[in-house]
Design a protein. Sequence first.
Length: 193
Amino acid sequence: MVVEEPALVLQFVKALAHESRLRLLGLLAAREHSVQQLAALLSLKEPTVSHHLSLLREAGLVRMRQDGNTHWYNLELRTVSRLGRTLGMREQLETFASGQANLAGLDRTVRNYLTAEGRLKAFPATRKKRRPILVWLVRQFEDGRRYSEAEVNALIERRHHDRETFRRELVGYRMLARESGVYWRMPEADWAP
């Protein structure tokens, strides 16, 4: 079982706590849509739809692909299912009783780089600070599970916008392995020091 951090669950719940975002998820559950299509279907302005989609993407609930100048959005059903499943478990709910205890147990370097929402403020400039951040990040990947590049990107984007740099560093530190666009978490004994 992967225990979700309170900040991630809070971000998930906040993303769902708006009628327009729920309607967007409903439309995206049926099929892929562009911003323009969604704006027309919901009678909203395109910037408003883009804002809602951005919040849903940050929570890992939707994914985006670019085709020329058009951005296409689709529901990230695995995230919805995983978070729904973990919220239904007593063990998960009990972890919330400790409040900020999860932050207290983190490496001081990691705590210093996190916002209250659990996102990284910046990419660490030094190797000494980079490794603890990467260790914290890679532990959010499940052991034994294979991830597509889009799934890796979505997971990283929940923490920081620079998915390419973090993905490259995780592979470089041998924390994630990659083959033919498929990624998986390596055993800790194989991680670069």
